[in-house]
Design a protein around this ligand. Structure first.
Ligand SMILES: Cc1cc2nc3c(=O)[nH]c(=O)nc-3n(C[C@H](O)[C@H](O)[C@H](O)COP(=O)(O)O)c2cc1C
Length: 392
């Protein structure tokens, strides 16, 4: 069984991703893993921290001679900022004078609820783990899930469809979306140049007014066959699993499958994807086709062979340069919320982190369905299934 967990604090020495259960014999490119980490660091509206960090995966175990060996893969990503925090956040007691308290909890963060829950008298330790710096480790682990999916010709990528009030008003095709991940400069990861410029102006407006901004990213899984997930049990439905994994990301407050939101405002005849049959054989696919993909590739909790489309809705970043009011932990007096260096807009980066989560969920389901302790065994099982569904 594939498992994935992370450890590490925002200003700790490093972040750790632990992935176990991947079959042996998958070819691993560290350049690819590092490129994924680089992609998470990009986007217009990021704060000063991303200028300090140069995230690189240091693989400690589970990969030898460029291939997975079936044992747990531990990945470390060093925090360059640690040198500035070593004395503030030491592992041992250290000097209490150097401690940097988060004295008044920041609305929109885990600060208050976390301090109450864990019995802290300031929010420092809460911030350290609740911070989305953790998503770095998710991206490193998720890159290994992508490596497994790629061996089966399944690709996962994302693009940005909204920043604040600016929305992408057309549906880009797969090739256009996939090309975005090859860009050497990432502005807002939007497929449409003119819309992207308007998104940039929206971020500029937030910067100028000391505010922050949210938006919507879309993750697309291309090449997955029909039959992943099932309606048979509520907790095995693919839509439910993807909603949970994407919602688990920091700042994601709503998840949409396909055109779920507009579908809820439309008549059925305008929404459902009519079925046709093609005379031509499509390698790896059934001959059943659809006129569009409003369902986002999932019906009844099962992938139907179309692209799987999941959107994540991000709230605006909680840390404000002009902070809201809060209450000081120590004095109980009303004051301004604490401020700590922060991003203004993270929609492209959140999209990359969501890709990692979607890739992990898909890899887990693929392994559950097709099995295999080696890449060879998995590929054989997978090929047999594709042949079976292509006969329809
Ligand atoms: C990639 C990424 C980067 C983020 N950077 C920041 C940041 O710099 N400042 C901030 O206040 N929130 C940031 N967030 C959001 C917070 O981590 C998140 O809102 C907070 O932990 C509270 O969790 P919740 O929004 O899920 O309730 C970021 C989120 C993501 C996905």
């Amino acid at each position: 069984m594939i498992r994935f967990s992370t450890a590490g604090e925002s200003h700790g020495e490093s972040l750790i991703a632990l992935v176990s259960g991947l079959p042996a014999g998958l070819e691993v490119s560290l350049d690819f893993v590092n490129r994924e980490l680089w992609r998470r660091q990009q986007g217009y509206g990021r704060g000063g921290r991303m200028r300090i960090e140069r995230d690189q995966a240091h693989v400690l175990s589970g990969v030898r001679h460029g291939k997975t060996i079936g044992s747990p893969i531990a990945i470390e990503i060093a925090n360059h900022d640690w040198k500035n925090w070593e004395e503030i956040l030491p592992v041992e007691a250290g000097d209490p004078e150097k401690h940097k308290a988060v004295a008044s909890p920041r609305p929109g963060h885990a600060d208050l609820a976390g301090a109450l829950k864990y019995g802290f008298t300031d929010a420092r330790y809460v911030l350290e783990r609740a911070s989305a710096r953790e998503s770095t480790a998710r991206v490193a682990g998720g890159a290994f899930a992508k490596i497994l999916l790629r061996a089966l010709n399944i690709e996962v990528t994302s693009h940005v469809v909204r920043v604040g009030r600016v929305e992408l008003e057309r549906n880009p095709g797969w090739d256009e979306i996939a090309a975005l991940s090859n860009r050497e400069e990432v502005l807002l990861n939007c497929a449409d140049h003119e819309t992207e410029q308007r998104m940039k102006a929206e971020v500029d407006h937030a910067v100028k007014t000391g505010d922050t901004i949210g938006g919507v990213f879309e993750v697309v899984v291309h090449g997955a066959p029909a039959g992943i997930g099932t309606y048979a049990n509520w907790d095995e439905r693919l839509d439910g699993i993807l909603a949970w994994t994407v919602m688990s990301l920091q700042a994601v407050k709503a998840v949409e499958i396909g055109r779920g939101v507009t579908a809820s405002q439309s008549f059925g005849s305008e929404v459902h994807d009519a079925i046709a049959y093609s005379d031509e054989e499509q390698v790896g696919h059934t001959r059943f086709t659809r006129d569009h993909n409003n369902a986002g590739g999932i019906e009844g909790g099962i992938s139907n062979g179309e692209d799987i489309v999941v959107r994540g809705y991000l709230k605006p970043i909680s840390t404000l340069r002009r902070p809201l009011t809060s209450v000081a932990f120590e004095t109980r007096e009303v004051t301004k919320a604490a401020y700590e260096r922060s991003d203004i807009c993270v929609v492209p980066a959140a999209g990359v982190a969501a890709e990692a989560m979607v890739a992990f969920a898909m890899a887990k389901l693929v392994l559950e369905k097709f099995g295999g302790d080696s890449a060879q065994e998995l590929l054989r099982n997978y090929k047999g299934y594709l042949e079976q569904i292509c006969r329809y």
